[in-house]
Ligand binder design. Structure first.
Ligand code: ADP
Ligand code: MG
Length: 260
């Protein structure tokens, strides 16, 4: 898919998704460049997670196009097929094998969906050890390689899980609210990590924390009622009249509720 010579890694066009008559995604258009780090924000219920579900094949659109890379139609594929194309997703809660070491967790993800047992009983190759070393360095867990994953802090578990995804060298990485529950210092480090992944990978980050969004300092897409409300820099979207209305309107309603 290209537009004026521009190559997109991901394109959604005229996408709709209804759940029991409720329009969760409504005529959604979204274009992303290869190697880009894009931030998606929007109030609760805006359709952010549903958009991820549609990209990753967890749910299918009622209508519209979802294309990956040059011309791969994702709308007819299942989750497994889409993952195999190089699209990785990180959910909000970390899911690591807490009784295995950080190194073993990375080894397991490197080897793919085999049984935990068979993966750990086979010897690691020098190439695998090198790759795991690289990933440990990238996510800042080199010193924690031998630690049981269960003994890591919440932030470190999140980084391990990001490491488990990048061990598979995905082309596109989807990350849902990575900074939730993190300390300020962990949040800052997570921002640095995501920025460092851009270029080699294309990355979509869903986020609420505006301080964090500002730190990422990339193009922001504001989703509202299942469609794009506006796109631009952090400053542009924060000063956009419609965005202010959506967020302040909501605050006003919450305040009115609180006063009742
Ligand atoms: P966000 O992630 O932006 O908070 P979601 O994508 O989770 O929003 O949800 C968008 C809307 O779609 C919400 O109103 C939610 O209740 C609804 N929704 C999402 N998934 C389902 C589902 N599987 N069944 C019914 N309704 C859903
Ligand atoms: Mg969500």
């Amino acid at each position: 898919m290209s537009m004026g010579g521009q190559q997109f890694i991901l394109m959604l066009e005229g996408v709709n998704k209804t759940f029991d008559g409720f329009k969760a995604i409504s005529d959604l258009n979204f274009y992303m460049d290869e190697g880009e780090l894009r931030v998606i924000i929007g109030p609760n219920g805006a359709g952010k997670s549903t958009m991820m579900d549609l990209i990753t094949g967890r749910t299918q659109p009622d209508s519209g196009k979802i294309e990956f890379g040059a011309d791969t139609d994702l709308t007819r594929m299942n989750e497994y097929q889409i993952n195999r194309l190089g699209i990785g997703r990180k959910f909000q809660t970390p899911s690591v094998y807490i009784y295995h070491s950080v190194f073993e967790n990375l080894l397991l993800s490197l080897k793919g969906p085999r049984s935990v047992f068979s993966s750990l009983f086979h010897r690691t190759t020098p190439a695998q050890r090198d790759r795991i070393g690289e990933v440990l360095h990238t996510v800042g867990l080199t010193e924690r390689s031998d630690w049981k994953a269960g003994s890591l802090s919440h932030g470190q578990k999140q980084w391990l899980e990001i490491g488990m995804l990048i061990a598979q060298d995905p082309k596109l990485l989807l990350v849902d609210e990575p900074a939730a529950g993190m300390s300020d210092e962990e949040t800052r480090k997570t921002g640095e990590l995501l920025v460092s992944l851009a270029g080699r990978h294309s990355v979509i980050v869903i986020e609420h924390d505006m301080t964090f969004v500002r730190q990422l300092a990339r193009k922001v897409t504001v989703l509202h009622q299942g469609t794009v409300l506006c796109e631009g820099t952090v400053d542009q979207v924060q000063n956009n009249e419609r965005v202010i209305e959506v967020y302040l309107g909501r605050k006003k309603k919450e305040k009115e509720k609180g006063e009742r």
